[in-house]
Every structure is written in structure tokens, then in C-alpha cells.
Design a protein around this ligand. Sequence first.
Ligand code: FAD
Length: 318
Amino acid sequence: MRKVLVLIEAKAGNLRGVSLEALTAAQRIAEDGEIIAVVFGSDAVHYANVLGKHGANKVYIIRNEELKVYTTDAYSQAMRQVIDEVEPDAILMGHTAIGKDLAPRIAGRFGLGLVSDVVDVQVEDGEVIFTRPIYSGKAYVKKKVVSGIPFATIRPNNFPVSELNRKIEIVHFYVEIKDLRTIVKEVVRKSTGGVNLSEAKIVIAGGRGVMSAEGFKPLQELADALGGAVGGSRGACDAEYCDYSLQIGQTGKVITPDLYIACGISGAVQHLAGMSTAKVVVAINKDPEALIFQIADYGIVGDLFEVVPLLTEVFNKV
Ligand code: FAD
């Protein structure tokens, strides 16, 4: 009977999809055991039923002025107190900006072995085995934690969201946050359009072939028609056609959408590192020799400025 602790994240009043996926991963580890969600903030109580629906047995709600805005210091202090209280057999969180920052800090403080960017979890012969990509997604490795309890961050869009409809117990947990070395005075958010790129099921990405910032407009229109997000290659970001927050690849975001449409992207290995695990890849490129066609499930040899508006027109009619 394992107890699994899952850090839940919310953004703009909505629970993040990857947090719900982490509950599914937790279910595989806990088996008949207990899944305990941890949520920070004053809205936390509103999420309790949704968390029960997706598999949590218990939710720890933590309200504290110092936790209103994320800082590594405050969140790791809070998580430390929750971990001491719950004494979990495993800990999971999303491989998000917060997860990537917080998990190593907690692992370091508790002496836990951390497996990051996990795409699969199984229990084999009673041991928790995590699968993660290596060599920029060219191979996968199975890992088990031998020092401390299993602890992992979960890559978005790799686990189904479960519907278990559990009755959830709510625990209001008080934490003491002290001696903070970082104070956030203001948060300035960049708008990147409606759908979150990291968790989007459909991504329309533009490369240097888009030619200008203006050239991204037809891509945004296609994304809107499909309910997807827009991304870019580093070539497009370097040329200032789009913001670096949209960069996909080895030095940008790693994404696993159901559908990835690459427009005017050549398919450099560093770009493929960020999107080759997409379930279906469509490439639009006017060069039939472009490398992207080697990994694409469907290829359209043509001018993106003709093909993309045609696709938008068709999808707007569906
Ligand atoms: P290009 O290679 O210039 O390709 C443009 C493509 O558009 C061409 O194939 C062309 O045929 C096509 N095209 C042009 N006009 C049209 C049109 N009208 N219609 C259709 N097709 C058209 N890159 C990333 O993307 N992400 C990363 O994270 C990343 N990290 C890197 C890290 C390192 C250490 C290094 C060295 C490089 C990294 N790069 C990364 C850069 C990478 O090597 C490539 O330079 C970059 O991906 C190229 O971007 P691109 O495909 O948009 O441009």
C-alpha cells in the first residue's frame, strides 16, 4: 500500500493538465494505496472535487501569503513540511517551469533520487520504474530510484487523465515560511496566445520559412481553427519572427502534442529534439529534400502561404 504525494499546479484559475496526468501516474505507483494531492493558494478548495474525480483520495490545501507567487525558497519550505507530515512512498509533479525548478531543490534537501521528464511509470516486481528520454529523445531509459523514495517530474501529454470519481478528503494544512531570501515584487507576464504551448494537443510551428512576424498570422489562424497553440523553430526566434518563449527544440520547449504541423521548418536535429515524440507530424515545406520529411507522417511539398490558409478554410468549415 503506497502513499503517493502529487504537487498540483493551477494557472489562471484552471488546474494544469499535466497535474491531472500526474494523478494517473500516481495511481500506477499507489495501486490500492493513497494518492494525496497538494495545492497552494486561496482557490485551492475549489479544485478538490476535480482532483477526486481524477483519482486523488486526499488533498492538502495550503494557504499562506508567502505562497501567492511562486518562489523556490517558499515552495520548497512548504513542501518540506508536507513531506514530513505525509511521509510519502513516492512524489510526483509536472515537468513544468515550476516542477523543473522545485524538484531538484527538494531532492537535494531530502537526499532523494530524482528522475526528471518521465514519460512512463510502471511497478515491476514491486519496484517503481520510470521511463525517460535520453539523447534528445533518440532513445529511452528505464530508471529506478535507489536513494530515498521515488521522485519524478512528469512530461505533459504522456499519461491519460483518469476518471475515478473518488470521494476526497480535504485537509487544511498550515505551514510556516520564514527567512525568505527572495521577494517577488511584480510579475510581468508575456502573452503567448490562448493555448499553453507545453500542454497543447495541437501545435502549429513556424520556421525561418515564415519569413516575418507578419508571416506567423496565417499559422495563428490555423491554430485558432484547430484549438491549438503556435510554436517556432530557433531559426524563427533568432530572426525575431516570434518570441523565444515559443521556441521548440533542444534549447527550447520539449512537447508531445497529438498533432504537430511544421511550416517552413527544415528539421534540424536540435529542432527534432523538441517535437519528435509528437503522435502525428505533418510537414509543409517547399523543399522536397527537407529533413523534416524524414520524420513526418504526412508531408506537403508546397508554399506554406498557399497551403496553410487552405487548411484553415477547410477546418473552419468542419
Ligand atoms: P531553416 O533551416 O533555414 O529552414 C527553413 C525552411 O523553410 C527550409 O527547409 C525551406 O525550404 C523552408 N521554406 C522557406 N520558404 C518556405 C515557404 N514559403 N513555404 C514552405 N517552406 C518554406 N533549433 C530549434 O529549432 N530549436 C532548438 O532548440 C535549437 N537549439 C539549438 C542548439 C544548438 C546548440 C545549436 C547549435 C542549434 C540549435 N538550433 C535549434 C538551431 C538549428 O540547428 C537550426 O538552425 C534551426 O532549427 C533552423 O530553423 P528553421 O528550420 O526554421 O530554418
